[in-house]
Design a protein around this ligand. Structure first.
Ligand code: HEM
Length: 136
């Protein structure tokens, strides 16, 4: 089933790293904790230290309670877009591949269009024959 969850790249999340605009990423989920900075029992400094970053390890190390995990859902804004960006090398490889197959492609075309040279030779012979006959 399609989800309506908003996706954010890590690059986008990393730009929200101030006390006026503070996002943290925990376990592939993005949280806007700006309004929670002053309320956080662990202190605002720890959240600010993890702002715009993947804080999964720090979050787990702090041994958060079930209540804390339920509470964080209020700050959930989306998920991390983990789709890898297209690798430019792949394009280069495919272009090289095209070039590599060039002789094969020419061969295939000549197989397909063998009628053209045969017709050309036939036509030349016919014209030559008529020319010679007229000369006599
Ligand atoms: C939306 C995200 C978060 C919520 C809702 C949240 C909530 C809480 C709550 C309720 C506590 C009190 C203890 C408990 O009930 O477990 C706590 C403690 C703490 N949190 Fe968070 N937290 C969040 C994110 C983080 C992150 C990202 C870090 C680390 C970078 C962190 C570090 C800590 C630390 C160090 C403590 C103190 C633990 C202790 O006293 O032993 N928290 N947090």
């Amino acid at each position: 089933m399609p989800t309506l969850t908003k996706l954010y790249t890590m690059e986008e999340a990393s730009q929200h790293n101030t006390s006026d605009d503070c996002w943290v990423v925990v376990d592939g989920k993005v949280y806007d904790v700006t309004t929670y900075l002053d309320e956080h029992p662990g202190g605002d400094d720890v959240l600010l230290g993890a702002a715009g970053q993947d804080a999964t390890e720090e979050f787990e190390d702090a041994g958060h309670s079930k209540t804390a995990r339920e509470l964080m859902e209020q700050f959930f804004i989306g998920e991390l877009d983990e789709t890898p960006p297209p690798i430019p090398e792949l394009e280069i490889v495919s272009k090289k591949q095209e070039f590599k197959n060039f002789p094969q492609k020419v061969l295939n075309l000549s197989k397909q269009y063998w009628v053209v040279p045969v017709a050309a030779v036939g036509l030349s012979l016919a014209v030559g024959f008529l020319y010679l006959r007229r000369k006599k």
